[in-house]
Ligand binder design. Structure first.
Ligand code: NAD
Length: 441
């Protein structure tokens, strides 16, 4: 059993802290957000992730897990501190490392024990070297401190499962001491461990994320071409997926990737390449394709309709993907302002994302258009003139073609996630437009 502190209780930090406690370690989760800490202490998860709240309550009750804003006490005498604070995108695409720097300084000034500092946040290659130097520079007590890289690969919506059943744990260490300690912290997870040097570990994270982003953008590019030449991207993907070299995952065409990782990590790597005098053409192309894809539905619908003014617009799904209440870089955030700007009256359904969306968009810009949050798909679709599908929630996937036809004033559907069968929609008399597939009229 190790005594561990985790800095930052977002998706990465909180899930790491909770799962470390679950496998037997003693964990203190530290955050600067007092409200968040209060909520967590009351047994409520500040984020929506399946299974997380149960594990929080169980391990908190067992005394293996605690939450605090008092970093001084939490960091003082632990064996390892995991850093899971944000590294958001800056205007030039580079990663903002100020949160990491703050935690590094706090660690340097408080630790009184030999301690392994583990950077879980996604950071540009070379950052771990700087963090170690920074901590050494500000170290108050005479203790051994080293920094290891341990990038996180969880996907929001399945974060707890992904952590407990990870395909691999990446460890980037520069000494046997650091490698051994991190390996032994992860030993109870019984998962494959890949141990490399720090810079390679940092690069594995970006190379993996950006490869997935590229795969998505490639399929979206192919989807756009499919539309022009009369092919069906879903059939194309199915045919491709039998090739083991390609695999069957991440071949779904749609309105692009969102979330807190792919958009930021593609831009950060592209920026890092540029700083090093290298033109990372493939990743640049992935960013470019994604940008165009985000507003594809709005552009398609604008060609079909004279105006959105005064139209009842049903929006199904607000979050960047199902299973999360996270809105970061969601397609809804780009399309809804355009619709409101035109004076649309939006009726939006999302099983968990409406509250967060309301915080960002309480009403239409310049007082134009309106947005009403409803609690089921039927309310959104009732008498709607047009419907947009932005997120493939189960509740949305279950909507039958008949339902669109019967509830909507005009059964006109723009589906950004290709969740419905084109022929079924046609048979039901729904005008249906999706991505990379034939439209019905
Ligand atoms: P987040 O924004 O959800 O959470 C960050 C948390 O850190 C916040 O609660 C914030 O209050 C807290 N914080 C800020 N400064 C602090 C300090 N000095 N001490 C303690 N807490 C502090 O972030 P996230 O989505 O969990 O991402 C964290 C990192 O992990 C990023 O680098 C991200 O790229 C990476 N990552 C994220 C995911 C994901 O799916 N979200 C997956 C893999 C990697």
């Amino acid at each position: 059993m190790y005594k561990i502190a985790v800095a930052g209780t977002g998706y990465v930090g909180l899930v790491a802290g909770v799962t470390f406690a679950e496998v037997g370690h003693q964990v203190a989760c530290v955050d600067i957000d007092e409200e968040k800490v209060k909520v967590m202490k009351s047994g409520v998860s500040p984020i929506y992730e399946e299974g997380l709240e149960k594990l929080m309550q169980k391990n908190y009750a067992a005394g293996k897990l605690d939450y605090t804003t008092d970093y001084k006490t939490a960091y003082k005498d632990v064996d390892a501190i995991f850093i899971g604070v944000g590294t958001p995108e800056q205007a030039d695409g580079s990663a903002n490392l100020s949160y990491i720097a703050t935690v590094a300084r706090q660690i340097a000034e408080t630790i009184e024990n030999d301690c392994l500092v583990v950077v879980k946040s996604t950071v540009p290659i070379g950052t771990n070297d700087k963090v170690e130097q920074f901590i050494q520079d500000f170290l108050v007590h005479d203790v051994r401190v080293e920094v290891a890289s341990n990038p996180e690969f969880l996907a929001q919506g399945s974060a707890v499962h992904d952590t407990l059943h990870a395909a691999r744990i990446i460890i980037g260490a520069e000494s046997k001491w650091a490698e051994d300690r991190l390996m032994s912290i992860y030993e109870p997870f019984k998962l494959p461990i890949v141990s490399v040097n720090r810079r390679s570990a940092e690069m594995i994270k970006y190379a993996s994320n950006d490869f997935l982003a590229l795969k998505i953008s490639y399929m979206n590019d192919i989807a756009n071409l499919c539309e022009l030449v009369g092919a069906d991207v879903q059939d194309v993907a199915k045919g491709m997926s039998f090739d083991e070299r390609i695999g069957s995952k991440f071949l779904n065409a749609g309105i692009g990737f969102g979330g807190s990782c792919f958009p930021k990590d593609t831009k950060a790597l592209e920026n890092l390449a540029r700083q090093n005098g290298y033109d990372l053409k493939t990743v640049k192309a992935a960013i470019d394709v994604n940008k165009g894809q985000k507003t594809l539905l709005y552009k398609k619908a604008s060609k079909r309709l004279i105006t959105f003014s005064g139209l009842k617009v049903a929006v199904l799904g607000l979050t960047f993907k199902p299973g999360t209440d996270d809105l970061r870089e969601a397609a809804s955030l780009e399309n809804i302002p355009l619709l409101l700007e035109q004076g649309a009256d939006i009726y939006a359904f999302d099983p968990v994302g409406a509250k967060n969306f309301e915080k960002v968009h309480p009403e239409g810009p310049n007082g134009k258009g309106t947005i009403t949050y409803v609690s089921n798909v039927e309310q959104a679709l009732q008498d709607a003139n047009v419907c947009f599908v932005f997120t493939e929630w189960e509740e949305v996937k279950k909507v039958t073609p008949k339902k669109y036809k019967n509830l909507m004033r005009t059964p006109l559907v723009y589906d950004g996630r290709n969740i419905h069968d084109v022929l079924e929609m046609e048979k039901a008399g729904v005008e249906y437009h999706s991505v990379g597939r034939p439209s019905t009229s």
